[in-house]
Design a protein around this ligand. Structure first.
Ligand code: CU
Length: 119
């Protein structure tokens, strides 16, 4: 498996990801980014696949959080801070900033089976 060669040099985080990925469909896991700036998540709606990791980066000059009730909750992110979450189930995950609840975004997580061409 080529995948094992990749993982051998990777971080413990990647190894953890491989261990928690019960399904082989997570083999093409990607790293996606959402930037926080000017009280806005960008892109506001992100499409990911099961197994993908989304990292939010606060590029604003005030703290923000990333909260998806029942799924994940970041601490207050200062400027330059990051928060990552790996999506292991398909679905539509709406989130917001608990400090500024009008700041909202969505991550749509699709299954990977037969659907690898679009982003
Ligand atoms: Cu905020």
């Amino acid at each position: 498996m080529n995948r094992l060669n990749l993982l051998r040099g990777a971080s413990a985080a990647a190894l953890f990801l491989a261990l928690v990925s019960a399904s082989p469909s997570a083999a093409s896991a990607a790293e996606l980014e959402v930037k926080i700036d000017n009280f806005t998540f960008g892109p506001q709606k992100l499409t990911a696949k099961v197994g993908d990791t989304v990292t939010w980066i606060n590029e604003d000059d005030i703290p923000h959080t990333v909260v998806s009730i029942g799924h994940y909750r970041s601490k207050a992110l200062d400027t330059g801070d990051k928060f990552s979450f790996t999506f292991t189930t398909p679905g539509t995950f709406e989130y917001f900033c608990s400090l500024h609840p009008h700041m909202q975004g969505t991550v749509v997580v699709e299954t990977t089976a037969g659907n690898n061409a679009t982003q």
